[in-house]
Design a protein around this ligand. Structure first.
Ligand code: FPP
Length: 245
């Protein structure tokens, strides 16, 4: 999507959907003799900068991994801190999301989320549901394996009830049962902090996503890093299993 703020060098072939693993908050804090939570606070500031950059560049979908189904195994204080941080930003940032025409979505499981946080999530999602600008998708208590198993369970249930027949099952029907239903697959994946793995993130959806790994710790991530990643993406040839033209 063209935006008047997109640098002209990036105009053509912008990735429609960018997915990010915002990694390195803990190491960023440790390197400065700070508590891990301080790294997450700075990580949230980096996220705000990145959202603004995505809006300015005309990106249509931005999905960020804020809390995984495995992150529950972290110390209780850190888990609680991340929940409080999310709630704080949802409550203090909602007006800005509305003003910037951003549509907020959540992908993740609600089962272990405290009622107060769930209420803030629902409020922000509902109040931005009709916005037509950037779709900001927060993956929170998200895990791709759990998502796939849940989709299989829902599809099986429909087959059992006769609402679907086994022979009709295909990738499209299966994907309609994912938490990401309605979102296009990511074109570009970025992971910060010099770690080269997917960590149970969008495993199905990223079958043909271009991947970029950066050494930068997430709290240091800037608009320039996003622009550089997009430029690198634009130099890649996406073949989707085919051969060059
Ligand atoms: C990974 O870094 C980061 C997380 C598990 C949390 C990401 C959360 C934020 C960026 C804050 C987002 C805020 C809101 C409001 C959604 P890590 O802790 O694993 O870092 P490490 O690998 O250096 O320990």
């Amino acid at each position: 999507m063209y935006s008047p703020n997109t640098p002209s060098s990036l105009d053509a072939n912008l990735p429609r959907h960018i997915a990010i693993v915002m990694d390195g908050n803990g190491r960023w804090a440790k390197a400065r003799g700070l508590e891990r939570l301080k790294g997450h606070y700075e990580g949230a500031e980096a996220l705000k900068r990145t959202i603004q950059a995505a809006v300015e560049l005309g990106i249509q979908y931005l999905t960020v991994y804020a809390f995984s189904t495995e992150n529950w195994h972290r110390p209780e204080e850190e888990v609680k801190g991340l929940m409080v941080l999310l709630r704080h930003h949802l409550e203090t940032g909602l007006d800005e999301l509305i003003e910037k025409n951003i549509q907020l979505k959540f992908i993740g499981f609600y089962d272990r989320i405290e009622p107060d946080l769930k209420k803030s999530i629902d409020k922000a999602v509902n109040k931005t549901a009709h916005n037509t600008g950037l779709v900001l998708c927060i993956a929170f208590n998200y895990g791709a394996r759990a998502e796939i198993v849940e989709a299989a369970r829902q599809v099986s249930e429909k087959v059992k009830k006769g609402e679907l027949i086994l022979e009709d099952l295909n990738e499209k029907i299966f994907a309609e049962h994912f938490l990401t239903q309605g979102l296009p697959d990511p074109d570009l994946f970025i992971r910060t902090s010099g770690v080269y793995r997917l960590s149970n993130y969008l495993l199905w959806q990223m079958a043909y996503t271009e991947m970029i790994f950066l050494d930068t710790q997430w709290p240091d991530f800037k608009k320039e890093d996003l622009i550089n990643a997009i430029s690198e993406y634009q130099q890649r040839e996406r073949r989707f299993g085919k051969i060059s033209a």
